[in-house]
Design a binder for this molecule. Sequence first.
Ligand code: LLP
Length: 420
Amino acid sequence: MTTALPVPTLTTGSAGLTLEGVALCEIAERFGTPTYVYSRAALTSAFNAYQQALGLRKSLVCYAVKANSSLGILSVFAKLGAGFDVVSGGELARVLAAGGDPGKVIFSGVGKSVAEMRYALETGIGCFNVESAAELDRLQEVAAQMGKRAPIAFRVNPDVNPNTHPYISTGLRGNKFGVAFTEALDLYRRAARLSHIEISGIDCHIGSQLLDPAPMTEAAEKILGLVDQLASEGITLDHIDLGGGLGIRYRDEEPPTPTDYLKPLLACFAGREEALCFEPGRSLVGNAGLLLTRIEYLKPGVEKNFAIIDAAMNDLARPALYDAYHEIVAVAPRELPATRYEVVGPICESGDFLGHDRHLSVATGDLLAILSAGAYGMTMSSNYNTRPRAAEVLVDGTETILIRERETLEHLLKGERPLP
Ligand code: LLP
């Protein structure tokens, strides 16, 4: 069973499932449920896998904050020397609060506001990934008002098909992301003439949960062609940013390791001076985290049996939103024949499911672990149905650290007022 679990530091012991040797039932006892539980060792080894794959190449791994922006998680990566990919002023504030180096921050996203640009220029971020001509003009204006030069890369849309879920595919011509490949050269020429813009690099990101390195390699080759064209016009770059996107195993997927994923990309850029940057999110945190939840009720039905748990689509939206599969395991399975359950939350929507048709040997009150929930779990959670957000804990060797308190009703009502 142990080897079948996608969370690398999760094992089965006499007290049921343990993460880095800490029993999940103890965590539930101490912090309640639902609770997101992360393994520091798994976060560290995922980051180190990138570092090792990059070897001595001049490079920077910029963790994509949107995957999990909790300060406790960000601080683990900050201490490892990571850079950060942010998409809002809020994410930048989180990186700074977690001790991240602003000089290693890149700011992506199609809709940066004036206030966000100002904030990022004040803090001295490493690079703006610019996604349109209009954004370039706005950035020039804001930087001029502040008497600063804004370092930029254009996010170029390489028009390749990443073969992933359409909602998380971003590098095709019809997507809202990036500047068209055919317009990139002109935009660089224009940027080179702007007084408060400093050309620093080039960027692309084609999609998420990629399981095949081939589309990324295709994108990299296209980008390289552009870099050479720019160089022939005297526009030289410090860095080439190939985005994030490497997938993880949720069920039976076999994603490449960072080494296998990066190998063709490193070959493509061999012998070049520019630093190589990456923006991985999911592959750094996804399988370092799980959502620990308790069964409130078992409800046998006419057609289906339901396991109603205390976590819901507001805690983990991926199943409801993308029909995503997350492995669900009993923390301490019973000596009972397995029953097939629809694992559902208490929210008043039929879409509120965490897993369909799961074989579980459980009783009311038992704990379940919803695996591979470290990425796009907590960050996409909401207060729908006025449900407080879950607590988050980080297991660090023998220590278990509360990195986010469970929300209370007071948190939920804060800032609101009834009419007098
Ligand atoms: N860089 C940019 C510009 C991105 O848009 C993203 C993700 C990343 C990096 C990180 O990609 P990753 O390494 O995590 O694949 N909510 C969806 C995923 C949305 C991804 C959005 N962009 C999910 O739960 O699957």
